[in-house]
Design a protein around this ligand. Structure first.
Ligand SMILES: C[S@@+](CC[C@H](N)C(=O)[O-])C[C@H]1O[C@@H](n2cnc3c(N)ncnc32)[C@H](O)[C@@H]1O
Length: 254
């Protein structure tokens, strides 16, 4: 899918917070090679390079649009076009970090062991995956598709929930890692705007659906989705909107 870095960054502070929280949990030791998988517009790789100032930080992403934005904003980091599924760096990584990317990939049972193989001895695997699939943000995409009779055009884009239960990841990682910490956080995200929750998903989960439809269908579908979302996420008395958003974190040491 094509990303729009500016739409994605319009909620920069809120989208960045889980990455900051994860960075703060990483053991404070020296890393030589740091890989940020699915680095997007590069702001998280930049935080990593500021915390580990002697490390060689490389941001990997499959999107030309995101990499162009990253290159334009941060010149002191290496940016490489790379599918996370086939990540195999020349040097083992001391830290593989990934914020809000691996949920786009649906083969965690093979992907995660392969990523652990790319770590040096005692290397750290630190990832965060959004897990809001059971909430209106995500469920109402299907509902809007059905209610606008566009489901047959969008059907191929729906997939089973890609983020599994924490114990599933524990079973994948514990035979390969000396320490595995997994936790979930439900962020109560405060957003501003007329229909900010719909704007939020338009920058991420909703994008492939909008990109598939012709202009006429797109307007009809998006408008219906926006109406459903506005009803599901009403404004608070101060005019702001709260978006509860669940995220799964994994911190494992090889
Ligand atoms: C939601 S953005 C997260 C960006 C960044 N990590 C952040 O926290 O701001 C997801 C990113 O994952 C990238 N991505 C999705 N699938 C990928 C894949 N198979 N390999 C590499 N990057 C991928 C997208 O291009 C996009 O930049």
């Amino acid at each position: 899918m094509e990303w729009d870095p500016n739409a994605y960054l319009s909620f920069e502070r809120t989208r960045l917070q889980p990455a900051v929280d994860l960075i703060n949990r990483i053991p404070n030791k020296n890393f030589n090679e740091i890989a940020d998988l699915g680095c997007g517009p590069g702001n998280v790789a930049h935080l990593l390079s500021q915390k580990w100032i002697n490390a060689n930080v490389t941001g990997y992403d499959s999107s030309d649009e995101m990499l162009a934005k990253a290159k334009q904003t941060y010149s002191d980091i290496n940016w490489i076009k790379q599918n996370a599924e086939t990540f195999s760096p020349d040097q083992p990584a001391d830290l593989i970090f990934s914020n809000a990317c691996l949920q786009w990939l649906h083969n965690h049972e093979t992907l995660f062991p392969n990523l652990i193989k790319q770590l040096s001895n005692s290397g750290v695997f630190a990832i965060q995956m959004p897990n809001n699939y059971r909430r209106p943000t995500h469920q109402y995409v299907k509902r809007a598709a059905k209610e606008t009779r566009l489901f047959n055009k969008l059907e191929g884009l729906f997939y089973p929930i890609p983020v599994n239960n924490p114990d599933h990841y524990y079973d994948i990682l514990s035979p390969l890692c000396r320490q595995v910490d997994i936790w979930e956080t439900d962020y109560l995200q405060e957003l501003e705007g007329e229909n900010p929750v719909a704007d939020w998903t338009a920058g991420s989960y909703l994008r492939p659906f909008l990109q598939t439809l012709n202009d006429e269908d797109k307007i009809r579908f998006e408008q219906h989705y926006r109406n459903l979302i506005l009803e599901a996420y009403p404004k608070q008395s101060n005019g702001k909107t709260l978006l509860p958003f669940k995220r799964l974190f994994i911190l494992a040491i090889h």
